[in-house]
Ligand binder design. Structure first.
Ligand code: NAG
Ligand code: NAG
Ligand code: NAG
Ligand code: NAG
Ligand code: NAG
Ligand code: NAG
Ligand code: NAG
Length: 370
């Protein structure tokens, strides 16, 4: 009894010891693995940090070289109004090029916009180069009225007039073959002109303040759906009292300049009051950038819904509600988005002639969730 007890307790001790050795082994192995893992993370982190430091894109630099309101003395007319702008855009990066997708300049006087105009066609700027942005705003691009113009001229008589120039451009950085996301760039420059309408020396070659909105989410805009060419022919035809036909055209427009759209099947359901009078399905298709599609469609309306709809049309009180649902994916620069559900609706008032009433030719479908 005693012996077996002793044996048992020794057995337990041995077991306990073995357990501790095993435990410390596993802790040691875990510790080593952990250390290796942390080292790896550190090395990768350092490599990325160095890469980032060397490749980190510098924002472009804009300098105002010249700004003038030429040919304008105190007698001049608004019709001759003209503003010229000469700005340099510098790409300070060693290895990174810049795509300017567009460039729009606006001139502000006392915070009111005097006019905006595209300054450059899209262009690519090589690393370490400077581009001259020269533009003349003439009367056609200026939105000031002659009264405001006279006010500016009068101010000029007193010495200096300060303007603000805003240059907006969506840009992308390019490192060898990799292109970055879009960024929205704003260059803001204050500039003053003297009595003769030309830039004051103190304002020459001043650097503009640059604001870069990183990762400008070029969130694609959703497509526009419009019902046109709606008609209910033969509404007066007594031979068609048992069923009628409704015809319409659906215009589908992709407003995006950078994204194509993949449409799943588009389901249209037409309601008269609470009753579904018809439906159509448009099979899935793809629509390119800035394109639109027209789909001609029709559906039959059977009794008893047709009788009710017909008498409402003849009474000029008919209105159909159309419900559109589909799913779309956007494709931007080879990247496909996830599916987005779309739900639109519209109300189509129908006149006695079976067309859209209220002198309207079309009905835009609106977001049904709002
Ligand atoms: C604009 O400024 C640049 C840099 O000074 C100059 O080389 C260029 O000739 C100017 N352009 C015009 C049209 O004055
Ligand atoms: C209506 O359809 C006709 C052809 O059937 C077409 O010529 C016309 O452009 C369409 N109207 C609209 C607003 O799309
Ligand atoms: C209606 O149908 C009758 C015979 O079914 C035919 O004679 C008549 O011309 C039709 N009317 C119209 C407007 O189609
Ligand atoms: C659409 O209409 C057809 C008959 O034209 C019907 O069989 C079908 O169930 C309808 N679908 C929906 C979703 O209302
Ligand atoms: C988009 O399409 C319209 C007409 O289809 C055209 O006038 C416009 O220039 C196009 N815009 C672009 C950026 O391609
Ligand atoms: C016809 O219109 C009047 C009002 O303009 C309305 O009271 C009546 O219910 C309408 N009848 C039908 C059948 O829609
Ligand atoms: C039906 O008749 C009314 C007058 O009787 C007319 O104003 C209307 O245009 C006709 N509708 C169609 C679709 O012919």
């Amino acid at each position: 009894m005693c012996g077996s007890n002793k044996q048992a307790s020794e057995h337990i001790k041995r077991q306990h010891y073995a357990q501790r050795v095993r435990d410390s082994c596993t802790t040691r192995v875990t510790k080593i693995l952990c250390a290796i893992f942390l080292c790896l993370i550190l090395v990768v982190g350092v490599v990325f940090f160095i890469l980032w430091l060397s490749l980190r894109p510098h924002r472009p630099r804009f300098y105002i070289v010249d700004f003038s309101i030429p040919g304008l003395n105190q007698h001049s007319e608004f019709e001759n109004a003209q503003i010229t702008l000469n700005v340099t855009a510098r790409n300070p990066n060693q290895h990174i090029g810049i795509y300017y997708i567009s460039m729009v300049g606006s001139i502000f006087y006392e915070d009111s916009n005097m006019g905006s105009s595209p300054l450059m066609d899209p262009f690519y700027q090589e690393p370490k180069t400077t581009t001259i942005v020269y533009h003349t705003f003439n009367v056609a691009t200026l939105t000031v009225n002659s009264r405001r113009w006279k006010e500016i001229m009068d101010n000029r008589q007193q010495g200096t007039v300060v303007f603000r120039i805003d240059i907006m451009a969506p840009i992308r950085f390019k490192v060898s073959t990799w292109g970055s996301q879009h960024h929205k760039m704003h260059a803001n420059c204050d500039v003053a002109v003297g009595q003769d309408g030309s830039i004051l020396p103190a304002w020459k070659n001043k650097k503009c303040i640059l604001v870069l909105c990183l990762w400008l989410a070029l969130r694609p805009g959703s497509p526009h759906f419009t019902i046109t060419n709606f008609s209910v022919p033969a509404v007066n035809d007594s031979n068609t009292s048992d069923h009628g036909i409704i015809q319409y055209q659906l215009d589908i427009k992709n407003p995006n300049k950078d994204s194509g759209i993949y449409y799943d099947d588009i389901l249209l359901i037409f309601y008269h009051g609470v009753n579904i009078v018809g439906n159509n399905t448009i099979p899935s298709f793809t629509e390119g950038k800035n394109r639109s599609h027209q789909v001609l469609n029709h559906f039959d309306v059977d009794n008893p819904f047709w009788a009710a709809l017909r008498s409402a049309i003849l009474n000029a009180t008919a209105e159909l509600r159309v419900d559109l649902s589909t799913k779309v994916r956007y494709k931007t620069w080879l990247i496909k988005s996830r599916h987005h559900g779309l739900h639109r609706e519209g109300h189509i008032p129908i006149g006695k002639d079976g067309k859209i009433s209220n002198n309207k030719k079309k009905v835009k479908l609106r977001d049904a969730s709002k």
